[in-house]
Write a protein that binds this ligand. Structure first.
Ligand SMILES: CCCCCCCCCCCCCCCC(=O)SCCNC(=O)CCNC(=O)[C@H](O)C(C)(C)COP(=O)(O)OP(=O)(O)OC[C@H]1O[C@@H](n2cnc3c(N)ncnc32)[C@H](O)[C@@H]1OP(=O)(O)O
Length: 179
């Protein structure tokens, strides 16, 4: 599949943290109201990202009718959200919280409503706080990808990064802090 994404020349290998989620197990939610993975989000993708061997992850997503973009097919932006979730979760194998810095998607084929998209993702390496990832999507045959993505994620200090926003956070009860 064609892509214009270029990895930096100074990329270095990264290592799985010994305490990372074991292969085959779901990587824990970062919070239950997340649009990508949260079980309590009123609307969302509810994607479970599963740890694989090494620095790999996998996930799947049923393409529901509400995800429609063009007639009968998934909305491309929604697919990019799914890739963001899959790749953004993978740095937890390094036990590193990240946010998305740059996301790039290559769309190869339309994805029909009712299909199940299977994702595989991997961490390619890092430079300082930057973590480079890749993911591929298929509908059952890994040799026939329907889309692929590259993501650059930046390690953050969770407390500092969200310090100015936590009073706006929405909770499962529907209430905002301080509201
Ligand atoms: C939902 C969130 C949950 C988070 C909890 C974690 C839980 C586990 C994850 C679960 C899965 C989540 C999956 C969804 C994840 C989102 O959807 S996150 C939401 C969308 N993203 C954002 O809101 C990020 C907004 N941007 C920012 O806050 C700031 O720009 C950043 C990314 C923190 C960087 O700012 P900074 O800390 O001041 O650092 P800065 O020096 O500017 O950049 C660091 C390095 O990155 C490079 N860089 C920064 N941006 C770019 C870019 N766009 N292109 C290329 N290079 C860049 C810089 O050049 C620099 O490189 P070096 O100098 O080291 O070579």
């Amino acid at each position: 599949m064609k892509t214009s994404f270029v990895l930096p020349a100074d990329i270095e290998p990264l290592s799985r943290d010994p305490k990372a989620t074991s292969p085959g197990r779901r990587i824990n939610l970062h919070h239950s109201m997340c649009f990508g993975c949260g079980a309590d989000a009123p609307v969302g993708l509810r994607i479970d990202v599963i740890a694989g061997e090494g620095l790999t992850v996998s996930a799947s997503m049923k393409v529901e009718d509400w995800m429609q973009g063009g007639p009968g097919v998934i909305h491309g932006g929604l697919l990019s959200t799914a890739f963001d979730e899959v790749m953004g979760t993978s740095p937890l194998l390094l036990r590193m919280p990240v946010v998305t810095g740059h996301l790039e998607i290559d769309y190869a084929k339309p994805i029909p409503l009712g299909s199940t998209v299977q994702f595989t993702g991997e961490i390619l390496g890092g430079v300082r706080r930057k973590v480079y990832t890749r993911a591929v999507a298929h509908l059952g045959d890994p040799q026939e990808p329907v889309a692929a993505a590259h993501g650059l994620f930046i390690a953050i200090d969770l407390e500092k990064h969200f310090a100015g926003y936590r009073d706006r956070a929405v909770h499962p009860s529907g209430h905002q802090n301080g509201a």
